[in-house]
Design a binder for this molecule. Structure first.
Ligand SMILES: [Zn+2]
Length: 224
C-alpha cells in the first residue's frame, strides 16, 4: 500500500493541479491534523483515493457559501478513537495535542489521552484474535513523549503514546505537530521498540506491505 501522509502545512507541490502527475502511485492518504478541510478534500478529489485523518490542535474551520460551518473534510474518514481494517492494514487514530491552554479544539491532558488509549483497547484485542496483531499504523497529531518533541510544552509528546507502543506494538506511529520549518527536531524517523515513529509535518511518501491475514492466533488453533 502506497501512502501519502500530510499534516500541518499546505504544500504547494500537493495543492497543485499536477498532483496526479507528481504522485501517480498513491493509493491512500493519511492526514495527521492542523490542516484546513479544503486541502484534504482537494487531495482526495484529485487522486481519487481514500483518506483517513485525525484532528490537530489548530484544525481550521471553513464556511460554505450558505454560511454552514465546515469543520471536517468531506469525503474523508475520521479515525479519531477508532480502528478500521483497510485493504489488509489495521489503522487507528488518536489526534490532538497536550492541553496547554483553555482554547477549544483537540487538546487533551495526559490522563485524558490515556483514557482514549484504553477505550481503543477492546478493538485492539479483537484485532489480535482475528488478524494475529493489534495494529499496523497509529495516526496521531502529537508525537510520543521524548520523540521528535519540540522545546516548549505545547510541542511535548504524550507518555500515553509510549505506553501504546509498548503494549500494542504498531508497525508505524505517524504524527505531525512538529513543524520542521520552525527549526524543531530535524530528526523525523525514530525506532522505538517494534514501532517506526515518523514525523509527517509537510508530507511524506510511505509504502507499507499488507500482512497475510491470520484468522486465529496459535493459542486459538491449539485450543480448537
Ligand atoms: Zn499542532
Amino acid at each position: 500500500m502506497r501512502f501519502l501522509t500530510v499534516s500541518d502545512e499546505v504544500v504547494p507541490a500537493i495543492y497543485s493541479l499536477s498532483i496526479k502527475d507528481r504522485f501517480p502511485e498513491i493509493q491512500t492518504v493519511l492526514g495527521c491534523g492542523d490542516l484546513p478541510p479544503y486541502y484534504l478534500e482537494f487531495i482526495v478529489t484529485m487522486l481519487g483515493v481514500s483518506c483517513f485523518y485525525v484532528r490537530g490542535n489548530h484544525d481550521k474551520v471553513e464556511y460554505s457559501e450558505s454560511g454552514e460551518v465546515l469543520d471536517a473534510p468531506r469525503g474523508c474518514i475520521s479515525l479519531e478513537g477508532r480502528c478500521v481494517y483497510h485493504e489488509g492494514l489495521l489503522l487507528a487514530g488518536l489526534g490532538g495535542s497536550l492541553r496547554y491552554n483553555r482554547d477549544s479544539g483537540a487538546q487533551y491532558t495526559e490522563s485524558e489521552m490515556l483514557r482514549r488509549v484504553w477505550l481503543l483497547t477492546p478493538r485492539l484485542l479483537l484485532n489480535r484474535l482475528r488478524y494475529g496483531r493489534y495494529l499496523d499504523i497509529l495516526l496521531t497529531h502529537a508525537p510520543p513523549l521524548g520523540i521528535h518533541n519540540g522545546p516548549d510544552f505545547p510541542h511535548r509528546g504524550f507518555r500515553a503514546l509510549l505506553l501504546f507502543m509498548e503494549r500494542f506494538a504498531p508497525r508505524y506511529l505517524i504524527h505531525g505537530h512538529i513543524h520542521r520549518s520552525y527549526g524543531f527536531s530535524a530528526v523525523t524517523e525514530t525506532h522505538y521498540r517494534h514501532t517506526t515513529v515518523l514525523n509527517t509535518a509537510g508530507y511524506r511518501l510511505l509504502t507499507v506491505d499488507a500482512l497475510a491475514q491470520e484468522h486465529a492466533t496459535s493459542t486459538d488453533r491449539e485450543a480448537s
